[in-house]
Structures are given as C-alpha cells and as structure tokens.
Design a protein around this ligand. Structure first.
Ligand code: ASP
Length: 432
C-alpha cells in the first residue's frame, strides 16, 4: 500500500513528512494568512468545510464499530471479581477526570470569543431535565438514533450490543459461537476500515486546519492566539492535578503503597506514552512495568490491554477543557449543570470508544460536543474553534496519553493489591 518500491512522485515528500509537523504548519500558515489577507482569504472556507464533513462522515461508524468491538472483547469469564473491580476503577477515574477538565475550563476560562461567527454557530441545546436526559439514553428506535446522531443513545446501544456479543462468542452451542464470531469479525473489520479512512482523512488535515484557522483569524484578528496557550495550560495543569490527587492518592491510601516505589517503574511507560502518543503502542512497556511492580500476570494481562482500550483519563480531562473552550468561544458562556452532567456521561463513555492511537481523542471530542448542542458543522464558529484545538492536538495528546497509561497502571496495581495479587516482596526490598 505504501508503494515503497514504486518511483517517488513529486508529491511523495508530503506524505513522508511527519503529519504532526504538517498540521502545525497548517495552523501557523492559517494564522498568518488570516491575519495578513483578512476577508480576502475567506474563499478558502469550502476547503475547511470539506475537512469537517469528512470527520462527521465517520463519526457514527466509528462509535458503532469501536464500541461494539471494545465491549465484546471483554470475555464474560474474565469479567469476574478482578474484571468488575478494574472496570469500576476505570470508569470512576475517567468520570473524575472529566470533572477536573470542566473545573479547569471554568477556572482558566479559555475563550477565543469568536463573536463574528457566533450567530452561525450550532444551535444551543434547550437544556432538558436530568431525568429526561438519562431516559433518552435508552433508545426506542435504534435506526432513528443513528440517523439523528443521538450520540448517548447510540453509545448505549453499542455497549449493550457488544456485551451481548461477548456472551455469544463464548456460547457452548457451536452455531451460536460461530454466529458471534462472524458478527465480531464484521465489526472488527469495520473498525479497521474506519481507522484506515481516518488515516486518509488526516492526510488532508493540514489543509483543512489551514483553511478553517485562516477564516477564524481573518474574522477575529490576533486576539485569539492567547486562548490556545490558555487551553494548553488548563489541560496540563488538569493532568498534573489528576496524577497528584487521583493516582498518588489511590496508590497511597487505597493501595497503602509507596508512591516513590510506584513511580520507579511507572515512569518508563509514562515517558514512552508521552513520546509515542499511543496507549496501545506503549502496552508492552506498561506490562513490563506491571511485572516489575509485582502485579500477578493473571491481573495485568487482562486489565492493561483493557485499560489501553477503554480507560482514558487524560483524554477525558482534555475533552472537559476543550468543550468548555469551544462553548465559551461560541456561546460566550459555559455549560449549565445539566449540560455538565451530559458531558461527564458522554466523555466517560466516549473514552471507552477512544482507540489508544495518536489523535483518537480529538475525533471523540466531536461526540462530546454534539451531545451538548455544539455540533461541528461546516461554516460555523464551532468548526473554527475545533480546528484551532486540532492545530495543537499533538501537544495535548502527549500529555493525555501519558496520563491514560499511568491510569491503567495505577488502577491495575491498586486492584491487584486489594485482591492479594501483588508480590509485596518487590515493594519491601525497594521501598524507601
Ligand atoms: N492518544 C491517546 C492514547 O493513545 C488517545 C487520544 O487521542 O486521546 O491513549
């Protein structure tokens, strides 16, 4: 596919050049062109709109395929005591992470004040009551929630379907087992195809970001630059708080273990995740660290791959901060309490569907935005603000991936300790 043996074309350099740098260059060029050419650059808008439409196109297939595959990969047999504990830890820490993200957003108040595009923005959702919101998670018609892009209901259906499928796949009846495997293979294949499509779409991202950002700067001027710095600071401070309060707190108080000893081995996967920006890619290093920490293989061989797929605390913080940034930039005000409730639920569930690969969290941010009435629609301020975030995604992704991996390892260690599956000899010798 990569055509390594074929002759180099004049455009080959483009695909060989690191995508992160290309997107960053797109962002910087967009800023410069927007500021220099002002309204004369507005003709590029359709190129930005094209990028937004491509992203929206893959949103539904991505939720359905990745969530169904994710949920059905947990075999019911493994869902024993350890499994349930690990999953509860994973979900709780993710929910706390979203709250930290929202609080960081509220404190730092990052806003690009995209006033001139504001009326074209996505319609603000009429805040439904919490009971109504919760009830609406259970769809009455699966087809209609897919067509109407009712995100939470689709997520709910995908999880239930995936769970059902996981039982089918281990059925004693050969016919059922075979049917389960066929359906699993279908969705697994679908997820892989979507991943390929995303890779393709991201090749266009530098141009899409350039076009979207230049329009934002052409219509708003230079005042929006500082807001990106504030978004970055809010995310990273949120990441740091989560490490100190949640992970260190968990290791010290729930696990009654030495934080220093924990980080002695945890720093390797932490750094690897930071540079690779992929929880999946870091998995071998995380497993090695768990082994060195004395976690029994039965525990980590289940909990770490599961964590790399469903536990994304850093991504959850990032979504809380970025959703707040986009709301403040577009609406001029933050979220109501019930909208925050929706974000906590959506971002926690969306983190289950986020693949542990670079940049996946930015795609899942689309879902979170959609759920609170901020759909990324071509030509709106939401799309402009989203593109600004995408321009600095590489930096935000480094921090959030490092956190994602640290979350997997700390939950695994604490659960192992609580189940007496931790080799304490490895702690006593080296503990300070
Ligand atoms: N890169 C992250 C990870 O692999 C996912 C994300 O983009 O948020 O954990």
């Amino acid at each position: 596919m990569s055509g390594k043996n074929t002759q180099k074309k004049w455009y080959s350099w483009y695909f060989e050049f690191n995508l992160l740098y290309r997107i960053l260059i797109g962002l910087v060029l967009g800023v410069v062109l927007g500021l220099v050419f002002k309204e004369k650059i507005l003709w590029v808008q359709p190129f930005g709109d094209l990028f937004v439409r491509l992203l929206k196109m893959i949103m539904m297939p991505i939720i359905l395929s990745t969530l169904i595959v994710g949920a059905s990969s947990v075999s019911p047999a493994n869902l024993g005591k350890v499994g349930i504990r690990v999953i509860i830890f994973y979900l709780l820490t993710s929910a706390v992470a979203v709250v930290i993200g929202l609080v960081m957003g509220a404190i730092f108040h990052p806003s690009a004040e995209l006033a001139s595009l504001a009326e074209a923005a996505g319609r603000e959702a009429k805040a439904p009551t919490l009971a109504q919101t919760l009830l609406n998670i259970v769809p009455t018609s699966v087809a209609s929630v897919i067509v109407n892009e009712t995100i939470l209901a689709v997520i709910f259906f995908a999880l239930v379907f995936g769970l059902g499928l996981s039982y089918l796949r281990v059925a004693k009846d050969e016919r059922l087992k075979k049917a389960g495997d066929v359906i699993y293979t279908f969705f697994d294949g679908l997820a892989e195809v979507i991943m390929l499509i995303i890779k393709g779409i991201m090749q266009y991202a530098p141009f899409g970001v350039l076009a979207l950002v230049s329009v934002v700067f052409a219509t708003n001027g230079p005042k929006v630059i500082g807001s990106l710095g504030i978004v970055t600071a809010a995310c990273f401070i949120g990441y740091a708080i989560h490490i100190i309060v949640v992970y260190c707190g968990m290791v010290k108080f729930a696990g009654k273990l030495s934080i220093k000893r924990f980080f002695k081995d945890a720093k390797d996967p932490f750094i690897t995740a930071f540079v690779t920006r992929s929880s999946n890619g870091t998995l071998p290093v995380t497993m090695e660290a768990a082994d060195n920490l004395g976690v029994h293989k039965d525990v980590y061989s289940f909990s770490l791959p599961l964590g790399a797929t469903i536990n994304m605390d850093g991504t959850a913080i990032y979504q809380g901060v970025c959703a707040t940034f986009i709301a403040l930039s577009v609406w001029g005000h933050g979220f109501s309490l019930s909208q925050m409730g929706i974000i906590i639920i959506t971002a926690t569930l969306a983190s289950i569907g986020t693949a542990g690969v670079p940049g996946a969290g930015a795609i899942m941010l689309l879902l979170v935005l959609d759920s609170v009435g901020l759909p990324v629609v071509a030509g709106t301020a939401v799309a402009g603000a989203y593109a600004m975030i995408l321009g600095i995604d590489a930096l935000l992704d480094m921090g959030r991936t490092a956190l994602n991996v640290l979350g997997d390892l700390s939950c695994t260690t604490v659960v192992a300790k609580s189940m007496k599956e931790l080799d304490m000899a490895k702690w006593e010798k080296q503990a300070v």
